[in-house]
Design a protein around this ligand. Structure first.
Ligand code: ZN
Length: 220
């Protein structure tokens, strides 16, 4: 099948489908200047120590790791990044009533910034922090301190982004699974979806009879 035919076919599916769900990954944000952390230019490839910062056990045990992780959060390109055409196209799809849920592995918050609603961030968000002791959530602050402040209860604060050795937010995961099982078409954009549990979502969709379409984003 020629690519043009594929595009027409996908358009037809989207037009006819009652429920369309999108699953996005790092590839949709690279055009906004957010590095793909598993890609060849990824931050983990460039800096193996960054991977250590992303491990919950180290974060909790080692103040120096916390400090380094906090500094990385402060300089994360997501704070100044702007949504790109990919994010905006999904806003448009939603405006037309064709997109029912947007599930993302990205922590950059760009889907919300672009104006998308019903966004489920299964790996959490850089824009939220929470207390690992009492669970209190603090929304959005880019706290300019060089070290993570403590919660009022004295507990360690942590960016609400999922680390290795840490479970995904159960509520977000439940929503993602429910939406995947209820859609007729799932668009998988900018992710190879090899990391669990995101990798299971297209299978959930398929098992329930949905068409799963992988959209690969080519670098310009
Ligand atoms: Zn607390």
């Amino acid at each position: 099948m020629q690519p043009a035919d594929s595009v027409d076919l996908v358009k037809a599916w989207i037009t006819e489908a009652q429920r369309v769900v999108v699953l996005t990954g790092a590839g949709i944000s690279t055009d906004s200047g957010i590095p793909d952390f598993r890609g060849p230019q990824g931050v983990w490839t460039a800096n193996p120590a960054a991977e250590k910062q992303s491990t919950l056990q180290h974060y909790l045990a080692d103040p120096q790791v916390r400090q380094a992780a906090w500094r990385s959060r402060l300089v994360h390109p997501a704070w100044t990044a702007r949504p790109n055409r990919g994010h905006l196209a999904l806003v448009e799809l939603q405006r037309r009533g064709k997109l029912h849920a947007l599930i993302t592995q990205n922590i950059d918050g760009l889907h919300r910034k672009a104006g998308s609603r019903s966004v489920t961030e299964i790996h959490g968000s850089l824009r939220e922090i929470f207390c690992v002791r009492c669970g209190k959530e603090y929304r959005a602050p880019k706290i300019p301190d060089s070290t993570p402040p403590l919660c009022n209860c004295g507990g360690v604060l942590k960016p609400n982004t999922v680390l290795f050795g840490e479970s995904l937010p159960p509520q977000a995961l439940e929503t993602a699974r429910r939406e995947s099982g209820a859609c007729r078409v799932m668009l998988v954009i900018g992710t190879s979806a090899v990391v669990q549990p995101a990798a299971s979502l297209p299978y959930v969709a398929k098992e329930h009879g949905a068409a799963v379409v992988e959209v690969n984003i080519e670098q310009a």
